[in-house]
Structure formats: structure tokens, C-alpha cells
Design a protein around this ligand. Structure first.
Ligand code: UDP
Length: 336
């Protein structure tokens, strides 16, 4: 089993939770992050290197300094809308910089990588729940960058013996149950934090994008998966590819669909407060229904989702949202 894991993008939302989880499970963790969107206070290991994946020689130094055994790679730009108007930003960062990381891995004889992919690689669903065999036809540059990397890694497996786990996330949600870490995007575009910010009064209201979808209540249905369950899946996936020496593609979701209106209602129940909202038109590119078949994750990884109830997920997000963000991590503020 690997002992020292490099986490690229370990200062970001899912990355920071995974770092915490790996540390709890006695892995030695090294975080690489350029802090463009990440937060230094979210890095819970002293082994932190602020470098950009564009800087291959800096990356190579990190691999040699810490004797890296395996990689978990979260570092990417993830705003779908932005990827449409500024695709080069996405292709350079999500594809070219990831190629740098793969190069350095191969040069240092590191063969195992867990890669953040996305259900956006499927595009508009032809059926639900989405399983891993669903055709992949992404409809925006963000989804395309992730599919390209899956395809490139398949070629690298053939040629260089790389072993990868492509984890296709559905909607990551929630926060660390101890309130130590959480979602902190700027700008924030995701439904649950926006709903909670509207409740807090940080923003005037939440705009519900579309009420005329072909769903029971007319609003979009998504599969919200708790970030700690994602963290667990990353560790299990890494152990699996290491043990079997075989690459895998896996969906990560709860298998449960929840509508926008159901999220709002659940948030009202959790917080005991009304959500100020306005109904507006559809957001471009939003499919009506997306939820996962997670059978493969359960079977291959022996993965179980701890957070099945959307109210439990929202509770952790609320604890984070109303708290003093990263307060318990101030010891780490001086880390360089
Ligand atoms: N959504 C919404 N208002 C918002 C943000 C999101 O109605 O301010 C809806 C969006 O249309 C989608 C769902 O909430 O149906 C989840 O959106 P999010 O951006 O969180 O994740 P996505 O599914 O786009 O990755």
C-alpha cells in the first residue's frame, strides 16, 4: 500500500476533506495547491507546497523531496459557465497542467492516481440512474476536459502502465461534521450554500432556475453526495487500484434524486427559517434529472454512503455556513 500521498488541489473543497480523512487513516499526506481558489487555512497537513502544476520542475522537486507513492488529483477549474466563455483557461489548466503532473509521475515511477472526474462527462442523460456504461458526450468544455483526461489516462495505462481511478462525482455537498472544513467558493454557484447564504441574509434570495422541468415538482433533480463520503471513496479507490493493479471508472453519488424545491424545504426544516426565493427561468445547460447508479462503487470498493438523508447533509453545511470558517485551523495559518 502507498504511504505518502500527494494531494493536488488539497486546499480546495473536496481535496481538503480528503486530506483530513487520509490523515485520520494514518497516511502521510503532501498537499500541492496554487491557492488560486484553494484556502491555505483548509490545509490540515504541515506538508504543504504552494506551487502550480504548470511548474514541472517545482513539482518534480516535491516528488523527490517527499518520496511520493501515489497521487490524488483534485486541482482543476470547475465553473461550467465560465468554461463556455473562457475554454482556454480550462483546457490549459485541467488538461495541460494535468499532463505535467502525469509526466512527473511517470518520470518518478509513480504509477497510481485517483482522478476527479464528473457526471458532466455524460452530458444530457439518455436514461437515469446513470451508470458507468452510459455514453459520454459532455456538453461543455469543463466536462470535455475531464473526459479528455480519462481518455488520455487510458492511453497512458497502455503505454506506461499508469493505473488510475476516474471518480465521476455527482453533486458534492455538505461539510466536515466537526465544522472544521466546508465549502467556500468565490463566486459561489452551488445550490445548497446559496440557499443557506440566503437564509443567513448574506444574499437577498435564491433564484430557482426553472419550474417547468419534466419532474414531479417542476424543478431539477440532482444527486447530492456528502463530501466525507467522497473522501472515503478516494481512499478506497486508491487502495483498490494499488491492490488490483487495474484502472477503474466509478460513479460517486447516493443514488437518490432530490429536487431544488426539496432542497429548499429540507433547508427550512434544518434551520427553522424561511428561504427567501424568486423563481426565474431555466439556467442554460441544466439537464432535468441527474442521479447515479452507485452499484459499481458499492461492489468494487465496498463503499457505503454514511449520509443518505439530505437533511443530515444540509445540517453539516449549515454548521459550517453559520460558523466562524476555518476557526479551528488557525494553527495552520503559518504553514508555508
Ligand atoms: N440551482 C438553482 N439556483 C441556484 C443554483 C443552482 O436553482 O442559484 C439549481 C440548478 O439549476 C441545478 C441544481 O440547483 O438544477 C444544482 O445546481 P448546482 O449549481 O449546485 O450544481 P450542478 O448540478 O449544476 O453541478
Amino acid at each position: 500500500m502507498p504511504t505518502t500521498i500527494l494531494v493536488a488541489g488539497g486546499a480546495g473543497y473536496i481535496g481538503s476533506h480528503t486530506v483530513k480523512y487520509l490523515l485520520k487513516n494514518n497516511y502521510n499526506v503532501v498537499v500541492v495547491d496554487n491557492l488560486v481558489y484553494g484556502h491555505k487555512e483548509a490545509v490540515l497537513t504541515p506538508n504543504f507546497e504552494q506551487i502550480d502544476l504548470a511548474d514541472k520542475s517545482a513539482l518534480d522537486r516535491v516528488f523527490k523531496k517527499y518520496k511520493i507513492d501515489a497521487v490524488i488529483h483534485f486541482a482543476a477549474f470547475t465553473y461550467v459557465g465560465e468554461s463556455v466563455v473562457d475554454p482556454k483557461k480550462y483546457y490549459w489548466n485541467n488538461v495541460v497542467n494535468t499532463l505535467n503532473l502525469l509526466d512527473v509521475m511517470i518520470e518518478n515511477n509513480v504509477k497510481n492516481i485517483v482522478f476527479s472526474s464528473t457526471c458532466a462527462t455524460y452530458g444530457n442523460p439518455q436514461y437515469t440512474p446513470l451508470d458507468e456504461n452510459h455514453p459520454q458526450n459532455p456538453i461543455n468544455p469543463y466536462g470535455k476536459t475531464k473526459l479528455m483526461m480519462e481518455q488520455i489516462m487510458a492511453d497512458y495505462e497502455e503505454a506506461y502502465g499508469l493505473k488510475y481511478a476516474a471518480l465521476r462525482y455527482f453533486n458534492a455537498a455538505g461539510a466536515d461534521f466537526q465544522g472544521e472544513l466546508g465549502e467556500c467558493h468565490d463566486p459561489e454557484t452551488h445550490l445548497i450554500p446559496i440557499v443557506l447564504k440566503a437564509i443567513k441574509g448574506d444574499i437577498p434570495n435564491i433564484k430557482v432556475f426553472g419550474t417547468d422541468y419534466d419532474t414531479p415538482d417542476g424543478t431539477c433533480i440532482r444527486d447530492y453526495i456528502h463530501v466525507e463520503d467522497l473522501a472515503d471513496a478516494h481512499m478506497l479507490a486508491l487502495e483498490k487500484i494499488f491492490k488490483d493493479n487495474k484502472s477503474i471508472h466509478i460513479n460517486l453519488g447516493t443514488g437518490i434524486g432530490t429536487s431544488v424545491k426539496e432542497i429548499i424545504q429540507a433547508a427550512e426544516e434544518v434551520t427553522g427559517q424561511k428561504v427567501p426565493l424568486v423563481y426565474v427561468g431555466r439556467r442554460e445547460g441544466d439537464p432535468a434529472i441527474l442521479y447515479a447508479s452507485n452499484n459499481k462503487a458499492k461492489e468494487l470498493l465496498n463503499w457505503t454512503t454514511k449520509y443518505m438523508d439530505i437533511k443530515e447533509i444540509i445540517k453539516t453545511a449549515w454548521l459550517w455556513e453559520k460558523g466562524d470558517k476555518f476557526k479551528s485551523n488557525k494553527d495552520y495559518l503559518t504553514v508555508n
